[in-house]
Design a binder for this molecule. Structure first.
Ligand code: AMP
Ligand code: MG
Length: 355
């Protein structure tokens, strides 16, 4: 199959440009498109056959449910068995935006879309191309990240093309995404709302709107990796670059010394090594590739650059990557959740040697 790459000017979307993409979705095919979080791989969410194609193209395990993208709150009402009051409050505050809500599904939603679950994940993305495509197609669009399963999520159309070329009929190129990590997922099917995946919308932001406590699934907390996460997708090794990635945390000078020593050790064995640094530290490393993820205080930039950097290291075919740790105040939990998974939970603290 030939994959057509269609460039779209997000500030000036012409209806005609999306006609063909919308047609593909209506006919049960796949279209990759930008959202504000990462690129999504879309198909008609209410068609069993269409949703199945997503799993095939991604090589995604069939028990890993898809997020249904909508462009109007009424569409949530149309596929939910009941609409919790919290869903309305959160939608008012954060939609369109990087928040996915889990509610009980009704019979319109096929189990293929929900990975066999009785609940469904729903989000209204805040991206003009995504919203226009949903509207123009007249469908609800199931869309997981548009990467091959296990690879870092795509934040540019070129990343999608690397993974999906020849497998899907169309990629809409709306440029680099704004946020760069996947949406926050909050489960509203129990008495106390629970975050199943951290993201740009934080626990504090949800609690402020709801006026009550929101829990975080213990299965996604970094040091509780023995607990099973509630979102099926969070249990898979994910976001991973090809090289072995190790995080090093601790006080800045000690981290730099430690990483430089580790790099040297690897280089002596003839390995090619990469380092993920910050603007403040990038000149203090000696490695084959040193990449700055952004200024340490600019957590939005850190989130936005993370997956692109992991993919760059793939392209440079490094054998090992060492990264500083980025437990920043607001979205640090989300950033570290992705980095820890990419690293397969390999973390060194400068006080404590890796065994
Ligand atoms: P992706 O769209 O690639 O970011 O993946 C969607 C994420 O949402 C995965 O981690 C899924 O496991 C999670 N998810 C989707 N639907 C549900 C659901 N009904 N219950 C729990 N997690 C879900
Ligand atoms: Mg994904």
């Amino acid at each position: 199959m030939q994959t057509k790459l269609v460039k779209i000017d997000c500030k000036n979307i012409k209806k005609d440009e999306l006609k063909e993409a919308a047609e593909i979705i209506r006919e049960g095919g796949l279209v990759a498109f930008p959202t504000e979080t990462v690129y999504g791989l879309g198909a008609d969410a209410l068609s069993r056959e269409a949703a199945k194609k997503i799993y095939e193209a991604k090589g995604r395990p069939s028990d890993n449910p898809l997020i249904v993208h909508i462009c109007d709150f009424k569409e949530l009402v149309s596929i939910a068995r009941e609409v919790p009051a919290e869903a309305e409050q959160l939608a008012k505050a954060f939609w369109p935006g990087p928040l996915t809500m889990i509610v009980w599904k009704n019979d319109r939603v096929p189990y293929t879309t929900t990975g066999g679950m009785d609940t469904v994940a729903i989000r209204m993305p805040n991206h003009p191309v995504a919203l226009a495509l949903i509207r123009e197609s007249g469908c609800l669009i199931a869309a997981p990240s548009a990467n091959t399963s296990g690879k870092p999520s795509p934040t540019e159309a070129s990343h999608v093309a690397l993974d999906m070329d020849g497998k899907i009929p169309m990629i809409l190129d709306g440029g680099a995404v704004g946020i760069g990590i996947e949406s926050t997922i909050v489960d509203l099917t129990e008495d106390v709302p629970m975050i199943l995946r951290p993201g740009y919308i934080t626990k504090g932001m949800l609690e402020e709107v709801l006026g009550k406590e929101v829990k975080v699934d213990p299965g996604i907390i970094a040091d509780a990796s023995d607990k099973k996460p509630k979102a099926p997708g969070m249990k898979y090794k994910h976001y991973a670059p090809k090289a072995d990635l190790v995080l090093v945390e601790g006080e800045e000078v000690a981290v730099i010394q430690k990483i430089n020593a580790l790099v040297l050790e690897k280089q002596k064995k003839g390995e090619k090594v990469g380092v993920i640094a910050t603007d403040e530290t990038k000149n203090r490393y000696q490695a084959d590739y040193v990449v700055s993820i952004g200024a340490r205080t600019d957590e939005d930039a850190i989130a936005r650059h993370l997956y692109k950097i992991l993919r760059e290291f793939d392209a440079w075919e490094v054998d090992a990557i060492y990264s500083e740790s980025f437990a920043t105040p607001r979205i640090g939990q989300a950033i570290m959740n992705r980095l820890m998974k990419a690293a397969g939970h390999q973390v060194l603290t400068t006080e404590q040697e890796r065994d």
